[in-house]
Design a protein. Structure first.
Length: 418
């Protein structure tokens, strides 16, 4: 059926064809290169990451994402051949402001096609990035352009909508943060962001397995596992916001110690204050984004997923439970025929942490496989892995460096009964 909209669209397409301009990125519309503008005005602190540089082209803010293979270290002991953007997984965080006109160039340096979907964005249907539905796929070596005027604010994400099973399992995703045009209250002093993901890195292998649905080995904040995940820092009394996006295949109850936070926003933007909810744990479902805010209290506060196996490193799911079984030299005898064999400890898995302290796992475990639990604190092994980090708050934090471990005041620390 002929409509005014169709007439304008068809006339525009004929005009482009008449001038010889293809319906994708051309030499006249080149992606930005060597841009450094964003370094000074990035407002988001991306755990183990950075914000993407941009350039201004007249009144349009331009970004360039490059889909490509990357070599990624999850933590000391495990390096994998992944896919990502601009050399990292997840890709750099995109920061824009409500009302801006933006143009995003996406170059495909993979050996298979891809697309780019802007998860949660309000945009013209043709910019939604669904391969085969809203556009042809981006073939290897091609650059395609997405452009729209931003008419929302909130915590969004980006990821492919082509061969998602493989491309997302390999790490192709990133954060897309839209700042509100008008300032909000209370003012946020520290604005952190990260993505939740899971990976099937079988012991001794070097590439994630995209066919695994449930039994994952690595659970990550921004593609890092503890103890390689950045700490979150703040001064006492700072208003802290943490933005969490979930592109894994599990839901995650995210728990912060020592604070009662408010759930203040999502991809739908910052909620009206009347509907903020006080919580200490917030479930972030698959495909969801949640913003939490709190006033920082001095201490070293654990911050983690509350599914216990999501705060562990690689472990087998299919061996007998040996807790309570007298093992004596059983492990060493089995290891003579099965090199690298480990089992549950006789009295529990805390023995595993003692093995780490002694360096046994690092010397005799499977190749390219980090310990199940790791990290040392001021009082011994932390016995964590996966989705775990620490929020460090100090009265006298200098705003830059790690302040070290917290010094507890007299009478404010648990003690042994003699």
């Amino acid at each position: 059926m002929s409509t005014r909209r169709n007439f304008i669209r068809d006339a525009s397409m004929l005009s482009l064809l008449a001038t010889g301009i293809p319906m994708r990125a051309s030499a006249a519309l080149a992606p930005p290169a060597n841009t450094k503008k964003n370094a000074a005005d990035a407002r988001i602190i991306t755990l183990n990451g950075r914000s993407l540089d941009y350039r201004m082209n007249a009144e349009v803010k331009e970004f360039h994402l490059i889909a490509e293979p990357v070599e990624h270290e999850f933590a000391p002991g495990t390096v994998a051949k992944c896919w990502g953007y601009n050399g990292t997984t997840p890709g750099p965080t995109i920061e824009v402001t409500e009302g801006e006109r933006i143009r995003l160039f996406v170059t495909n340096n993979l050996n298979e096609h891809t697309t780019m979907h802007w998860h949660g964005a309000l945009l013209p249907c043709g910019m939604d990035g669904i391969g085969g539905v809203t556009q042809p796929h981006i073939q290897p070596g091609e650059t395609w352009v997405y452009e729209w005027t931003v008419r929302q604010h909130g915590t969004l994400m980006y990821h492919p909508h082509a061969d998602e099973m493989t491309q997302m399992a390999f790490g192709m995703m990133g954060l897309f943060i839209v700042h509100p045009k008008q300032p909000t209250t209370p003012k946020v002093d520290r604005d952190y962001a990260f993505l939740l993901h899971n990976w099937a890195m079988h012991p001794g292998t070097y590439r994630p397995d995209p066919s695994v649905m449930v039994d994952f080995d690595l659970w990550t904040f921004n593609s890092k596992t503890f103890p390689a995940i950045d700490y979150l820092y703040a001064s006492s009394g700072d208003r802290v916001r943490i933005r969490v996006g979930n592109l894994s295949m599990w839901n995650h109850p995210i728990h912060l110690h020592g604070h009662q936070f408010y759930v203040t926003g999502s991809d739908g933007g910052r909620y009206p204050q009347a509907i903020w909810r006080p919580e200490v744990t917030e479930i972030v479902g698959v495909g969801q984004m949640r913003d939490i805010e709190f006033d920082a209290v001095p201490g070293d506060w654990a911050f983690h997923c509350h599914m216990a196996h999501h705060t562990m490193g690689p472990m087998s799911h299919n061996f007998p439970n040996m807790v309570g079984v007298q093992q004596r030299d059983l492990v060493e005898r089995i290891r003579q025929v099965v090199p690298g064999y480990w089992t549950h400890g006789e009295n529990g898995m805390a023995e595993h942490a003692q093995h780490i302290v002694g360096g046994h796992h690092r010397n005799s475990g499977p190749a390219n496989t980090m310990p199940m639990m790791d990290g040392m604190g001021p009082y011994g092994p932390i016995e964590m892995g996966g989705m775990f980090t620490i929020v460090k708050v100090r009265d006298d934090w200098d705003g830059k460096s790690n302040p070290g471990w917290f010094n507890h005041l007299p009478g404010e620390q648990a003690y042994k009964l003699e």
